[in-house]
Design a protein around this ligand. Sequence first.
Ligand code: KIV
Ligand code: ZN
Length: 528
Amino acid sequence: MSSTEQRSDHVTVFDTTLRDGEQAPGISLDVSEKVEIAEQLARLRVDVVEGGFPVSSQGDFEAVRAIADGVGTEREAPTVAALARCNREDVERAAESIKPAHSQRIHVFLSTSEIHRHAMLRDASEDDVVAQAVEGVKRAREVTDDVEFSPQDATRTDLDFLYRIVEETVAAGATTVNIPDTVGYALPHDFGATIGEIVRRVGGPDSDVAISVHCHNDLGLAVANSLEAVRNGARQVEVAVNGIGERAGNCSLEELVMAVRTRNDLLGRTTRVYTPEIARTSRSVSGLTGYPVQYNKAVVGRNAFAHESGIHQHGVMADRLTYEIMRAEDVGVAGSQIVLGKHSGRRAFVGELERMGYDLTAEQVSRAFERFKELADRKVEIADNDLEAILADEVSASSDEAYEIADIEVSGGTVAEPSATVRLRRAGDGVEATETATGDGMIDAACGAIRRAVGIDATLASFNVNAVTAGVDALGGVTVQVEVDGQRFTGRGVSTDVVEASARAYLNALNKSVRLRHRRQEPVTATP
Ligand code: KIV
Ligand code: ZN
């Protein structure tokens, strides 16, 4: 059975973290980060991974291509989807990007609401829009027999016109029609009724054509609307990990999946998602995007399984079901396990990586092992969360870093002015640059010294620190967003020392901007 073959009780989980999720303000994932998230989505067993919008940039094209060539070729691979408008160039670019994947989908979209037709399609008439949509679907069908069409802003589209465009794109060959609530305007009962009518018009819940929904969260109703659609016969839901996406975000993967699972008694539907991987996926996406997960976020927030009041604690100690409707272990937040220590050797380390499902290059393993040994000198017990954090750090860092930190020294504090001296080593020729800077605090000083050594003008746009595990010797994970020439780059770093973690994150972000300049062949000029 192919990964998207439908049965009426199965809900296809179409993940758009790497496309719509990445459109959230300030998120910018490079190729290796997108590939890392796609690998995790494959472990989570989503049905479809929408890797990006290939025509929008060379980076997006390369990322979708790398995903199609990587997880897209594995056994039981998810379908790899690419977004395209209906024109020839978009569809060709999308087709090229997904070529290596076993199972390929082109997702074409076009605006249909009156306001979008006037403001974005130069007053295109309904007939023009139908003609373009039909042409887009036919073009995509020349390349793959798995084609999805989305009438953008469907929930503000005249209903008769919406039904017409659904029927005409199905006749043109669309195998999935996705109904996007682009601006998060729908209310559950009304949206459900519309989906029910569309499902009826395409031949019912067991038709060859699947109806999908893509709900935004502007009124906080994305999950509720998606569930109501499922109740009314939708066979696919489009979701993003941690609910990231344009503005208030998309329907949250973890909430939707756990609602379908927990209330199977009412919904009678299932997904193929391997839920114990949910927490790890959430951490990975949060770390790589720099978007923190709110403490009280359903399913994956740090308080989702925490009980504060005495009465609740008493109840949970007697029987967890008194105050919990899901088991923490079912979503992978059962607590971090101690896996290694100071005396663990390389063999145990590699065995642990394999158990956790990592497939790293020999170079990545060597670098990660070095980091593990350094960490083991400072921290008695290494938990799986620690390993995950240093691996993520190494995977993003080892993909062709321009500079690495050879040494860092900080001094000063509340009385003396904070100062930092940083020695950086350039990859390739090994040339070193040492710079010193002062700042408002030690982190500021370290970032200033790095900026000088790399020779780039950069502004820190956001800074986020969190503890990877509990305890005074916990690893600190830092995510920063840095602006260089009007463009944002996300960097991350981990260490038991928060200044070092910050310096690593800052350098990781600057390295990305250096790489981009190299690709564009621009010289890196030192700031005075
Ligand atoms: O929100 C939206 O309408 C979209 C489409 C491209 C599906 O993201
Ligand atoms: Zn969207």
